[in-house]
Design a protein around this ligand. Structure first.
Ligand code: ADP
Ligand code: ASP
Ligand code: MG
Length: 468
């Protein structure tokens, strides 16, 4: 039977109505003869709230932390009780929810006494979101007639020990998926597991980074060599830009793995940047679909995108970035100079997004973070350093930028009223990106969108939506 992985994001499991829609979508696939494996995020906003609780505890604010937990406990009970009526299952589920919140409260109390939030404890605290949502969804599916079984994702997704951004161990995941998931699918059961959460080989809870449930979906799809990986979210698919910024955004019908990866990396939140890799390895198509509009065909991500008449497929924005300027006034760029600069970023485990160099200076962009002063202090030993935050990177992606004349002129003409700080093209042949002030980002996206998507290619973009 053809196995598919269906990943549902936070909004697709945010309340009883959303979980009901999700169940109907899964039942629809079963009716078509598919064998789904379901991966769910925490209910919408739960991860943020757990992080707030953790932050409050770390400050010693036990009362606030426990109040957040109590609110979450009530929300999960409410959802469970509306969905699960079978008395035995309802009792078991209530007990499960209480046990989880009792142990979360213990962690929060401990943290308020220790006053130190390590990445490891943070991962443990946020893991409750997916542990709870997946358990509730599994029970709801059974109640609604889908024969399903809850699986703790930490038994399947094995990672290294880099808490908050753990790296999956493919061979171990494949073995665990064969041991844990395969016997269930062989019986025709639908396994339901949480995304985002994982564990290291010693069984300590880790996570794959924010938005990581998409990545879980792809890892499971890769491990089981699924026929397709479906990412169900709250928009019709990958759009020409974030529809929250630009309501005119159109659905992209088909996009290549390479283009989708570039978009995700440069800030299109609709897909976690690492999602594509496991799919590429086994050439498994990824579909991005809308759980609130299930009949829409969504976006299909495949290895080779068909030719498109428009140069760009989509525009992504990554905000909350900083620019670091390193000026070698004391020491002109010498052999090994760049290596020394990158060694410092490496030491602080800080990824660099974009680099631009001149004879005496290097500008780099990084995620704004609390390590910046320490990085700047280390770089200051090599050269003069200054950094500025509240920057945004705008990235235009499309296979057909390759070899088109005058593309840069058209792009910068469209945003001629905006001050551009850094430009990059050529690192990848399919993207053109530039850095501006964060406060100009939305306006830049709308101007670019208006310039490049006036007459979109109907073979690639859903132009019918615009006519309606
Ligand atoms: P989920 O919880 O389902 O994983 P996310 O909030 O992580 O959902 O991602 C979906 C959101 O991504 C959309 O609501 C949309 O605002 C945002 N987004 C950003 N860029 C794009 C894009 N190019 N296409 C579609 N959605 C985008
Ligand atoms: N719940 C996690 C987050 O909010 C993972 C996810 O939703 O993909 O980041
Ligand atoms: Mg997401």
């Amino acid at each position: 039977m053809s196995l598919i992985v269906m990943k549902f994001g936070g909004t697709s499991v945010e309340d009883p109505a959303a979980i009901g829609r999700t169940a109907a979508i899964v039942a629809g696939r079963v009716a078509l003869g598919k064998q789904p494996v379901v991966v769910v995020s925490a209910m919408a906003k739960v991860t943020d709230q757990l992080l707030h609780a953790a932050a409050a505890s770390e400050k010693g604010d036990r009362v606030v932390a426990l109040a957040i937990s109590a609110q979450l406990r009530a929300r999960h009970h409410q959802t469970a009780s509306e969905l699960v009526k079978n008395p035995a299952e309802a009792t078991e589920l209530t007990e499960f929810i209480n046990q989880k919140f009792d142990s979360l409260d213990e962690v929060l109390r401990g943290l308020a006494a220790i006053l130190e939030l390590t990445p490891r404890i943070s991962d443990l605290i946020v893991s409750y979101g997916e542990r709870l949502s997946s358990r509730i969804v599994a029970s709801a599916f059974n109640e609604l007639g889908i024969h399903s079984a809850h699986v703790d994702a930490r038994d399947v997704i094995i990672t290294d020990s880099q808490f908050q951004k753990a790296v999956p161990q493919d061979a171990l995941i494949e073995a665990r998926a064969a041991q844990t998931l395969r016997p269930l699918t062989d019986q025709g059961k639908v396994p339901v597991m949480g995304g985002f959460i994982a564990s290291n080989e010693a069984g300590i809870t880790t996570t794959l980074g924010r938005g990581g449930s998409d990545f879980t979906g792809a890892l499971v799809g890769g491990a089981l060599t699924a026929e397709a990986i479906e990412i169900w979210t709250d928009v019709d698919g990958i759009m020409t830009t974030d529809p929250r910024v630009c309501p005119d955004a159109l659905r992209v019908k088909t996009i290549s793995f390479e283009e989708a990866a570039e978009l995700a990396y440069f800030g299109a939140k609709v897909l976690h940047p690492a999602t594509i890799l496991p799919a590429v390895k086994k050439n498994i198509p990824v579909l991005v679909l809308n759980s609130r509009n299930a009949s829409c065909e969504g976006t299909r991500i495949i290895s080779l995108a068909p030719h498109c008449k428009s140069p760009f497929k989509s525009i992504a924005v990554k905000k909350k970035l900083s620019i670091i300027d390193v000026v070698a006034s004391r020491m002109l760029m010498t052999h090994g100079y760049m290596k020394d600069i990158f060694t410092i970023f490496d030491k602080h485990k800080c990824a660099v997004d974009m680099v631009s160099t001149s004879e005496v200076s290097v500008s780099l962009t990084v995620d704004s973070n609390d390590k910046l002063p320490a990085i700047a202090a280390d770089l200051g030993k090599l050269a003069d350093v200054k950094y500025e935050s509240q920057k945004a990177l705008v990235c235009l992606v499309g296979e057909d930028i390759r070899g088109q004349n005058g593309m840069a002129a058209q792009v910068f003409n469209a945003i001629r009223h905006i001050n551009v700080r850094m430009i990059s093209q050529g690192a990848s042949e399919i993207n053109m990106s530039f850095m501006i002030d964060e406060s100009d980002a939305d306006e830049a996206v709308r101007s670019l969108h208006a310039a490049f998507f006036i007459d979109p290619d109907p073979a690639i973009f859903d132009v019918d939506a615009r006519k309606k």
